[in-house]
Design a protein around this ligand. Structure first.
Ligand code: SF4
Length: 507
């Protein structure tokens, strides 16, 4: 083996599984060694959903096998930590240089800088964070909408003669239809792609430390652990689901966990798909006349707008951003979220069932059920971030921190969102086909033992946070209504009971 010593090493992280990205694109297999580390510390730093741990480790193993088949010398190793994995690799192979693509997360990048690893820019995103920082410089405030318009203009996607195709950049107003009786059966007719398990899936245990705390249902083949699997899922979405994607983007139906959502974010965030190919595939469907503009624009906005915007925010935020807590929320994570208690809130129960069974909840369940409840009840934003990071199949530090701190809980005081995304039970009733009617709680009531917790907490939240929020013109009407309530003392008293019940798992 002595003749192989001294090869440069490319260190590939678990969410960089793409041969076409900057770390591997120009590498000759005959003269490059690849290091991949499965870290015990990472696996034990928080509870993880079983399917998330399986996804990342199995996708790494399949990618390592693909690289080895191409002729790379691959060192895929389990180690107590990333740092220990690198040290053991250096001891064994004495690389002339260790190169890595800049990790998506800021803490990961800082760690590699400390270890003296040579970094190349991350091109798993379409807008590098330095470009984002330059765009933002000098602006008092940058919304996702500003960023998205700029990216549409820069890329030319869905643009015609310098103007957005269809005359508007954002067709969100067309995508908020409440569910109807056909929504779930139609979506169910195109079930997700499911892969049969093989020997690699079955041997996950070899890669897990004894003290790992895994939760949720075991993997069932729903999530792609290979490039081929990711492409099959992209094909399913573009050919069958995309035409229906737009209209009911914000709708919820009990027991229908995927509806017409793409189910591609896990593959995008692992590197099994690149955002460019996903956007181009979707626009091709529109150009061929096989999907309406509101569906295609809505999806492009998620990838070209939100995904890239959140990465820019995460990478350019100050070091204290993940701990921001503008509304001084100090309640613990509800035990129902962690799976150690049940709940009688039907919308929450259904969302948590989806989380348990699939490590997934769709956008509106995350924002308007889970984050909404946590924000209204004053749950600590960093506790919610940590839980969502460990639980959702597509979650990583860079995506969860701005999603929760900026969007979900308004903990950054309005840098990402222009108002808190909070609502009472009326919104959930409107956007869900069947959550409220059979629920133990009554969504129209704000006081009493059967009052909907969302409705009670909504008014209490506005009342408790008046000093921070009342001057926000986007929720001025809500404060005008609050000021006309004649039962505010009873609402406050019931809200105290509700928060206590949520914290002890009896709500
Ligand atoms: Fe959720 Fe309230 Fe509706 Fe029950 S009544 S399903 S708790 S919004």
């Amino acid at each position: 083996m002595d003749d192989e010593r001294g090869l440069p090493t490319v260190w590939v992280w678990g969410d960089q599984l793409d041969r076409r990205l900057a770390h591997l694109r120009d590498r000759d297999p005959a003269s490059t060694r690849v290091l991949m580390v499965v870290s015990d510390r990472k696996l034990t730093e928080r509870p993880w959903h079983r399917q998330k741990a399986h996804l990342v480790i199995t996708a790494m193993r399949r990618f390592a096998a693909d690289l080895a088949a191409e002729g790379f010398a691959v060192d895929l190793r389990r180690a107590p930590s990333m740092r220990a994995g690198l040290a053991a690799h250096v001891d064994a192979h004495d690389p002339s240089e260790v190169v890595a693509m800049e990790p998506a997360s800021l803490p990961g990048t800082r760690e590699l800088e400390r270890l003296g690893v040579t970094l190349v820019d991350n091109d798993h995103f379409l807008c590098h964070w330095r470009e984002f920082a330059a765009f933002r410089a000098g602006r008092r405030r940058t919304t996702m909408e500003d960023f998205y318009r700029w990216r549409r203009e820069t890329t030319g996607w869905l643009m015609e003669d310098g103007a957005p195709v269809g005359g508007r950049f954002n067709l969100d107003a067309d995508n908020r239809r409440p569910p109807d009786a056909d929504l779930a059966p139609t979506a169910a007719a195109d079930p997700p792609v499911v892969d049969a398990p093989d020997a690699l899936d079955a041997s996950l245990g070899d890669w897990l430390p004894d003290d790992v705390d895994l939760r949720g249902a075991p993997p069932d083949g729903t999530w792609a652990t290979s490039r081929a699997g990711a492409l099959a899922r992209l094909e399913r979405f573009t050919t069958r689901v995309l035409p229906r994607f737009g209209d009911h983007q914000d709708a919820m139906v009990t027991g229908a966990w995927h509806l017409n959502h793409s189910l591609l974010s896990h593959a995008l965030n692992l590197g099994l798909l690149h955002p460019r190919e996903v956007i181009e595939a979707v626009i091709d469907v529109y150009t061929a006349g096989r999907a309406p503009l509101n569906a295609v624009e809505g999806f492009v906005r998620q990838v070209l707008g939100w995904r890239e915007f959140l990465w820019g925010v995460a990478r350019t935020a100050d070091a204290g951003y993940p701990q921001r807590n503008a509304l001084a929320a100090d309640a613990p994570l509800p035990p129902a979220f962690a799976g150690t208690s049940g709940t009688r809130m039907r919308c929450v129960e259904d969302t948590l069932r989806s989380v348990h069974e699939h490590a997934y909840a769709h956008h509106i369940q995350r924002l308007m059920v889970l984050a909404n409840l946590a924000t209204l009840a004053g749950v600590r934003p960093d506790a919610l971030t940590d839980w969502m990071h460990g639980t959702f199949i597509d979650a990583y530090d860079w995506v969860m921190v701005p999603n929760v701190i900026g969007m979900g809980t308004f903990a950054d005081g309005g840098e990402v969102a222009t108002k808190p995304y909070v609502s009472g039970g009326a919104y959930i009733d409107r956007m869900s086909l069947d959550a409220c009617r059979p629920c133990h709680y009554d969504r129209t009531k704000r006081t009493g033992a059967d009052a909907c917790p969302f409705t009670t907490l909504y008014w209490d939240f506005l009342d408790r946070n008046r000093a921070a929020l009342a001057s926000n013109h986007r929720i001025g009407r809500a404060y005008a209504t609050l000021d006309r309530l004649t039962d505010l003392d009873e609402v406050r008293a019931r809200a105290r009971e509700v928060r206590a019940m949520l914290a002890d798992g009896t709500l």
